[in-house]
Every structure is written in C-alpha cells, then in structure tokens.
Design a protein around this ligand. Structure first.
Ligand code: PRT
Ligand code: MG
Length: 213
C-alpha cells in the first residue's frame, strides 16, 4: 500500500494523524532524503510529492491513497479519485484580497486577479457577473497588487499575518480548505479489504484529534 503525501505543511500535520493511526515512517522524513519511506507496518510506504502531483499519482494508480489540499483538488479536478475523508488539518480559506480600502475593485466589470487558482478565480468572478483577467503566478501572490501587477489576488490565508504585513485585507471568501484523503477508484474496488481498515484507522485518528483539541 503506497500513500502519497504532499510535502511541506500538509506532511507535517498528516504525520501526526498517521502516527495516531499507527502509520509511521521508519525514518524521519524531515531528515531523510528518501522519497519513498517504508513504514513500521509491513506493506505500507509513504511517497513524498509536491502538492499538485498527489492527485496525479493516485489517479493513475502509482499510489493507492493520497493526502492533499482541497484547493488542489478543486483547482485541478482529476477523474479516477474518491475523496472519502477530511483530515481536518492544514485548514485555511481561499480568499480574494487586495490593498486596504480597495474592495470596490470587485464591482469593476473587469478585474485583474493574480493567482495560482486561475480556474477558481474565474468561476468566482463569473458567478458575480464580473470578468476576471487572471494572471497566473506560482508564488508570493501578495506582491502582485503592491507592484501594480493586479487589482487583487486569490490566495490561501490562514492567520492573515501575511496579508496584514503587506497592507492587504480580505475582500471575500471563496471556500474553506483542509487536507483530504484521496483513493484510487480501481484500488477502492480491487483492494477494498486493505483500504477500508486504513481509512477506518485514519477516521478514528481524526476523531480523537477532535477530542484532544
Ligand atoms: O510548493 P507549493 O507551495 O506548491 O507546495 P508545498 O509542497 O510547498 O506545500 P505547502 O507547504 O506550501 O502547502 C500547500 C498546501 O497547504 C496548500 O495546497 C493548502 O492545502 C495548505 N495550506 C494551508 C496552505 C496554507 N494553509 C497557507 N496559509 N498553503 C499555503 N499557505 C500560504 C498562503 O499562500 C500565504 O502565502 O501561507 C501564506 C498565508 O499564511 P498566513 O498564516 O500569513 O495567513
Ligand atoms: Mg509552499
């Protein structure tokens, strides 16, 4: 059983849930350079991937299970996946934000939006009868309105500190985000007997986290 996990912040929090579910890599992934990490339980291994690559691996069956952000799944829907479990970790919101006091830009017929979430941004503005002229960026979205590249951004926000530090404020929320477990549809059928117990253990680990919190 191979479980694909998005590196970075999801990985850190996912490892805590996994540990409560009795799934633990033999080597500490933050210290190891191995990309395939065997676990203490025979037959389970973790593969560490970029967030956007997790759905690809799982949909094509290179991993049976995966953990990735709902933002990734919504922006780039991939057929061949079930999404049976919300891990409740890496929580954040997808928002429209821009310079303080600049909210009126949302009412313009055409709005220049810098984002990694081009599809979700277009949908959001289209639903409000506005046209988003999207500018695809790969990082530091917050810089775009400051540099005059865009009127606003669509990006994730957790504490709001990054926005605040750059003189920006949230204008509107598109959706709430957390990390989800995805399962390959073929494996779901063919390896039901192996996958169901793992999902049940993860589910229980999520519920006990709720009690501890
Ligand atoms: O390289 P890439 O960024 O694509 O992926 P990565 O492998 O580095 O992953 P990482 O660690 O960036 O995690 C990405 C995933 O974590 C996202 O797909 C979300 O599902 C989830 N997540 C949860 C977040 C945040 N919270 C978050 N706050 N991803 C990014 N941020 C960024 C945000 O873009 C902004 O720049 O953090 C900044 C804001 O944080 P606050 O606390 O200042 O509001
Ligand atoms: Mg990152």
């Amino acid at each position: 059983m191979r479980i694909a996990v998005s590196k970075g912040r999801i990985m850190r929090e996912a490892l805590e849930v996994f540990a409560r579910a009795g799934i633990a890599p033999k080597e500490d992934p933050s210290k190891s350079r191995q990309l395939i990490l065997p676990c203490t339980e025979e037959g389970i291994e973790l593969v560490v991937l970029r967030a956007a690559d997790v759905p690809t691996y799982v949909a094509l069956g290179a991993a049976e299970l995966g953990v990735t952000g709902r933002d990734v799944l919504m922006e780039t829907p991939v057929p061949g996946l079930y999404e049976p479990l919300d891990l409740g970790i890496a929580r954040c919101r997808l928002i429209v934000a821009g310079p303080k006091g600049g909210e009126a830009c949302l009412e313009q017929p055409r709005v220049r939006v810098a984002t990694k979430y081009v599809r979700l941004a277009r949908e959001f503005f289209a639903a409000r009868g506005r046209q988003a002229v999207t500018i695809k960026l790969y990082g530091s979205m917050e810089l775009a309105p400051l540099a005059g590249l865009s009127d606003c951004i669509v990006d994730l926000v957790e504490t709001g500190r990054t926005l605040e530090a750059n003189g920006l404020e949230p204008y509107a929320t598109l959706t709430e985000i957390s990390a989800r477990v995805v399962v390959n549809k073929g494996a779901w059928k063919m390896r039901h007997d192996q996958i169901m117990p793992i999902l049940a253990r993860l589910q229980e680990a999520v519920e006990t986290a709720g009690i501890e919190a």
